[in-house]
Design a protein around this ligand. Structure first.
Ligand code: SAM
Length: 243
């Protein structure tokens, strides 16, 4: 899978992605990171890529020309028009389902804005997906694109040592993950739940599933509506509510 990032700060993306699990995936060739410095496509000797907004107002706006030319360099390189994600607080809020959808692509372009954003005309011309990482405003699209690259990369086969862990994590089935424990069996007087030491895998699975449901009900009740539950589980929830 190839991630092409159009940015004014390529070093920020490179340092982030080339570290830890995603860094190992890059070294193994499971994912490829291609950063493109929009300033290299400024088209003037000062490297200027922004200008004052028409109509007045605070801040600067990134000009359409450099953004378009940097995008075109990717199209020329790969030979087709890939999906282009514009990171913007005005986009659809990123979630695990979107990560799964994006992970099916061979190439993805991330367009990182800065200052007051990017001239609307070039966005209309090249962007296929507007994505936000949450309802707050950041200084640039670099951190959001790194968040997305991280979440998408872990779904690429081979990136995680244990692929099963990605399949049963929080948001799979619209449920949060059950609580996890490791050694020691007792920590400052607090014991690991007995069932996890029993060696009975069926009972452990059942306990974990119940913990997932309980945790989601308590922490993210908004997810419950979309969760896929068996009739038995629905009855169990009803009983639990009356305890
Ligand atoms: N003036 C813009 C607005 O009100 O929608 C905000 C511009 S913001 C200061 C600069 C850049 O940061 C944006 O172009 C975008 O690429 C990125 N950005 C900021 N917050 C973001 C968020 N929550 N999700 C994704 N990208 C974000």
């Amino acid at each position: 899978m190839n991630f092409h990032v159009l940015t004014l700060f390529p070093e920020m993306i490179e340092q982030g992605v080339n570290t830890s699990i995603t860094g190992r995936a890059v070294s193994k060739g499971l994912i490829q990171l291609n950063t493109i410095n929009i300033r290299d496509f400024a088209g003037n000797r000062y490297g200027q890529v922004d200008d004052y907004p028409y109509g007045g107002g605070a801040g600067m706006v990134m000009q359409p020309g450099p953004v378009y030319r940097s995008y075109q360099s990717v199209v020329d390189k790969i030979g087709y028009q890939p999906r282009v994600i514009y990171l913007t607080p005005q986009g659809k809020v990123f979630n695990q389902k979107m990560a799964e959808d994006f992970s099916k692509e061979e190439d993805l372009v991330f367009l990182c804005g800065h200052y007051e954003g990017i001239d609307e005309r070039v966005l209309e011309m090249i962007v296929t997906d507007h994505v936000s990482i949450g309802d707050y405003v950041l200084t640039g699209g670099e951190l959001p694109s790194m968040v997305m690259i991280d979440a998408i990369s872990r779904l690429v086969p081979g990136v995680l040592n244990n692929q099963v862990s990605a399949e049963f994590e929080s948001f799979h089935d619209n449920l949060l993950e059950y609580p996890q424990y490791t050694r020691p069996a007792e920590f400052m007087g607090k014991k690991v739940p007995e069932i996890l030491l029993s060696g009975n895998h069926a009972k452990v699975d059942q306990w974990r599933r119940q913990q997932s449901v309980l945790r989601t009900m308590e922490r993210r009740p908004d997810l419950m509506e979309q969760a896929t539950l068996t009739n038995e589980e629905l009855q169990w929830i009803e009983k639990y509510k009356h305890i």
